[in-house]
Design a protein around this ligand. Structure first.
Ligand code: PMP
Length: 382
């Protein structure tokens, strides 16, 4: 039998068969009635998922494209901006803003630390900035922050708040309008259960106004061109029509489950994963609480290189997990549970980790991880 493969990374994530079936339908023309209907439905549903009354702009591109669009449409060379980071993806904001010539003040936490809104407010009082860039779910560490107080301190300082929600949208609570977050950027390949290739961004009226005075050059990522096209369901460029058909099905599935239901499932998957890893005797490197509902990170036992563990899992057992990135390389491994996952995916990953660690010579208590994970998943929330 051909090797069966299990994708348990924090992006891309597995797409449901219904989504894959939609993607495999005949290609439609993007200026015809079939696509227009689809386009309108997807844009409306994206608004529900982002929880915004504003337009959600949809681009062919990866999550970084949505982030870059925010920088290109808001920053002018020489603008003072603040980046708050605690990992690999937070640092991407700094790299993007620098690439567009902004003067970047970087409130940089060590990887895995939890950024604080109080520090952010204090930093803004010390050094003025027009835009604050931050990350909802830092996929490299498993830290998920509450974006609301960050948006509030930015607003108090007269700055726009710009959030990377690439790995959080649809997995953990996010209220774009109610929490007054100016810009939210995301991608479809994580909790939105669609193969990679779609980027989304939404902007508040204040952010739209600011975009009219920003002088960075832009064309493909220009918000106004896309907004104009979307207003008449006439995309400004050829969109990835088949992926949009897949996203349409995925969004229907997500909204049918209900966002609250999806958030609850992710919380319980996080619990299951944490309890299973701890039962094996491993030390978590992501937070040991319900905030960490997107990706769970653990340290490899002493003397075992986590990269070696990840390769063994992939090459011998067909289970793809994620290694540590940047400064965490070789130290941690990450199990993603964003999107189309249930508890049996988590128990599969745990059983495979247990087996691979034993193969690498670790001493573990065998057989406890799976049952503890199932128990933690079932426990009713208080
Ligand atoms: N931000 C976060 C939090 C992410 O998890 C990712 C993808 N892992 C990105 C940004 C970048 O997205 P992409 O790889 O789709 O460009």
């Amino acid at each position: 039998m051909a090797e069966k493969r299990y994708l348990m990374t924090p992006g891309p994530t597995p797409a449901p068969p219904e989504v894959l079936a939609a993607i495999s339908q005949p290609v439609v023309h993007h200026r015809g009635p079939d696509y227009r209907r689809l386009y309108g439905d997807v844009l409306r549903r994206l608004g529900e998922v982002f929880r915004t009354e504003q337009d959600v702009l949809l681009f062919g591109g990866s999550g970084t494209g949505a982030m870059e669009s925010a920088v290109a449409n808001l920053c002018s060379p020489g603008d003072r901006v603040l980046v708050v980071s605690g990992g690999y993806f937070g640092e991407r904001w700094a790299a993007l803003a620098k690439a567009y010539g902004a003067e970047v003040d970087h409130l940089r936490y060590s990887w895995g630390e939890i950024p604080s809104p109080e520090d952010t407010g204090a930093r803004l009082r010390e050094r003025e900035a027009g835009i604050v860039f931050f990350t909802h779910s830092e996929t490299s560490t498993g830290v998920v922050v509450d974006p609301q107080p960050f948006a509030a301190v930015a607003r108090e300082a007269g700055a726009l708040s710009v959030l990377d929600a690439v790995s959080s949208l649809g997995a953990v609570p996010l209220e774009t309008d109610a929490w007054e977050i100016d810009v939210v950027a995301s991608g479809a390949q994580k909790a939105l259960m669609t193969p990679p290739g779609l980027a989304m961004v939404t902007a508040s009226p204040a952010a739209w106004e600011h975009s009219t005075v920003a002088t960075s050059p832009r064309f493909y990522w220009d918000w106004e061109r896309t907004r104009k096209g979307q207003a008449t369901l006439d995309a400004p460029v050829t969109p990835p029509v088949s992926l949009v058909a897949g996203l349409d099905v995925a969004l229907r599935m997500l909204l049918e489950e209900g966002l609250e239901g999806a958030f609850d499932r992710h919380r319980r998957l996080g619990r299951a994963c944490r309890e299973g890893l701890k039962a094996m005797g491993l030390e978590l490197s992501s937070p040991d609480d319900d905030s960490s509902a997107v990706v769970t990170a653990a340290r490899a036992p002493d003397g075992i290189d986590s990269d070696e563990l990840v390769l063994l899992l992939r090459d011998r057992h067909g289970v793809t997990l994620a290694p540590g990135q940047g400064e965490l390389k070789g130290k941690i491994f990450r199990i993603g549970h964003i999107g189309y996952y249930d508890v049996f995916d988590v128990t599969t990953a745990l059983a495979a980790v247990e087996l691979a660690l034993l193969e690498l010579g670790a001493e573990l208590e065998r057989g406890v991880a799976v049952s503890r994970a199932l128990e933690a998943f079932e426990r009713t929330p208080v």
